[in-house]
Design a binder for this molecule. Structure first.
Ligand code: SF4
Length: 552
């Protein structure tokens, strides 16, 4: 058993213009406040002062900076149209209410936890609840006065918001069927627990250049979109060393998308936490901090290359060489786990699809009741804005499927309901230009009617973003839509989308995966979206060659 390292002291005075956390001047404003008084420190001020004295008492740097370390963002003030997003100051765009992100590492939830989140939603969040594409649940309309009570309730059931946002190690994506699926190579739960219990919320890793995203899977469907994470561990079978993980680094989307790269290194399960810490520490010590839009790990990897990155990891951080290892195999099944599947213990797991991840507090509570009534006490969130219901006895499957469907959670969704995801959009997001969730829902409903009876075959993924950022991963979708305003023909503007086509993560080798391409000049208004997608799907089906996928 390899003893897991403690985080070392930050290494100062690295080259390449970055600033180590105990490092050099001049720091920019963002780096200065992070160094002077880190994001974790604001928790006590929320508990002692801000929750008592209200929104107006919040220090602006806390409000727009440190609050994120505790999963809190101010939400967009209602009624401000997308044309003003770029022209108004942040304080003019924001409301006195917060989005609160509940961190759910590995997407693992008990029914007690689900009921707690649902109850908080009903009592403090006007019933709002969105499943995110990083396995979290986000609530809206949160008042700072209520945050201590919300934390108390979450923490009483083992949940929290620690480092749910901010320049920190974010939620660890984990296979939604970890420890469950009959066909998994290895259960990554222990690895996820070790990383989160040792390294989340500690000062040594609470000031990274920017966010640091992690994914771990032991399932052959490659179900955690590992290619777009800063670090990912993907289960593989080594011919001599048995089952362990293939190490990927440097993926990320946003406005400068880049798929992660394999380092060609095999990581034994008991060494994953070490390797994770090494990669996170490289990011902390060498990562670029001067410009926030160049501060993700992918830019360092692009400059260094995979070979140098691995060498630094092994020599400066691990103190030992990692063996070479194989790449993951091409997945045979989609990784969204929708539908009914057999568990390794003979019971069933059921993947269900809420529409674009939008649920609500009463639905979460009712789902917890439904599961418990049929003998299940566990479920998972997925990186596709879906839910997987676990431990359903075979004789109860039909009843659970019917009960979930009555809650709007279908186990047999149409290809469009199954594969459409949408970001938060203009309803709550201060960066948004257009509305997303309702536009995507309308598109799904119309496509289900327009293409009723048409055998579409494999799901066609439709990802809808409200701005040029890529919270809904537009570059990895068959049809990716990037929100922007378009001329309305009468001198004004209307909401619409820039189209990306042909993205897809085939997931085993970076050279084979693909990011969607912007189709030059191709834009569609929000109103025309269903018709446009219908045309595209019909044309694809008429022209496709055998089993060709949309991405090809
Ligand atoms: Fe907000 Fe843009 Fe992200 Fe959507 S993609 S949630 S609009 S920042």
């Amino acid at each position: 058993m390899v003893e897991t390292q403690r985080p070392g002291r930050p290494v100062a005075n690295r080259s390449h213009g970055q600033w180590a956390v105990d490092g050099t001047t001049p720091l920019n404003g963002n780096e200065r406040w992070k160094q002077e008084d880190g994001g974790l420190a604001v928790r006590q001020r929320i508990l002692d002062t801000y929750s008592r004295d209200g929104f107006a008492s919040i220090d602006p740097t806390d409000l727009h900076g440190r609050f994120r370390w505790w999963g809190l963002y101010t939400q967009r003030r209602p009624g401000i149209d997308g044309g003003k997003t770029a022209t108004l100051e942040p304080h003019e765009l924001e409301d006195e209410y917060f989005m609160l992100r509940v961190r759910i590492d590995g997407g693992q939830l008990t029914t007690e936890q689900l009921r707690t989140i649902g109850g908080i939603s009903v009592e403090f969040a006007r019933g709002s609840a969105d499943l995110t594409d990083r396995q979290n649940i986000q609530l809206h309309w949160i008042r700072v006065e209520d945050v201590p009570e919300i934390w108390r309730r979450l923490e009483a059931v083992g949940l929290g918001t620690t480092e749910a946002c901010g320049d920190v190690p974010r939620v660890v994506l984990g296979s939604p069927v970890a420890g469950i699926a009959a066909d998994e190579l290895i259960d990554p739960t222990a690895v996820i627990d070790e990383i989160t219990q040792r390294y989340i919320g500690i000062p040594e890793l609470a000031n990274l250049p920017r966010k640091f995203k992690t994914a771990v899977t032991g399932h052959p469907s490659l179900d955690v979109v590992h290619e777009i994470n800063d670090v990912a561990f993907v289960a593989v079978r080594h011919p001599e060393l048995g089952v362990g993980y293939d190490l990927w680094v440097g993926g990320g989307l946003s406005t400068a998308p880049r798929l992660g790269e394999r380092l060609g290194a095999f990581v034994a399960p008991e060494r994953v936490a070490d390797a994770w810490l090494g990669v996170a520490s490289i990011f902390r010590d060498y990562g670029y901090r001067r410009l926030r839009n160049k501060a993700r790990l992918k830019f360092l990897l692009a400059d260094w290359g995979a070979a140098r990155f691995r060498e630094v990891l092994e020599t400066e951080y691990l103190g030992y060489a990692l063996p070479d290892g194989p790449a993951p195999e091409q997945p045979a099944t989609p990784g969204d786990h929708v539908g009914v599947h057999r568990q390794k213990d003979g019971r069933a797991y059921i993947g269900v699809a809420p529409t674009v991840g939008r649920v609500d507090g009463p639905t979460l509570v009712a789902l917890a009741d439904l599961l418990e009534a049929h003998g299940s006490r566990r479920l998972r969130t997925t990186p596709h804005q879906k839910l997987v219901l676990l431990d359903v006895p075979e004789e109860r499957v039909e009843q659970v499927v019917a009960g979930a469907a009555a809650l709007g959670l279908s186990a047999t969704p149409s290809p469009f309901r199954r594969s459409t995801i949408a970001c938060t959009g203009i309803q709550y997001c201060k960066l948004a230009i257009v509305e997303t969730k309702d536009a995507a829902t309308r598109a799904i409903e119309q496509l289900e009617q327009r293409l009723a009876g048409v055998e579409v075959g494999a799901p066609i993924s439709l990802h809808v973003n409200g701005c040029p950022n890529s919270c809904a991963r537009i570059q990895t979708a068959d049809i990716g839509l990037k929100g922007q305003l378009l001329p309305d023909g009468a001198g004004g503007q209307q909401p619409g989308f820039q189209v990306h086509l042909g993205g897809g993560l085939v997931s085993t080798d970076r050279d084979e995966a693909g990011l969607g391409r912007t189709v030059r000049g191709l834009k569609v208004t929000a109103d025309d979206l269903p018709e446009y997608v219908e045309r595209l799907v019909r044309r694809f089906m008429a022209d496709r060659d055998g089993g060709e996928s949309f991405a090809q």
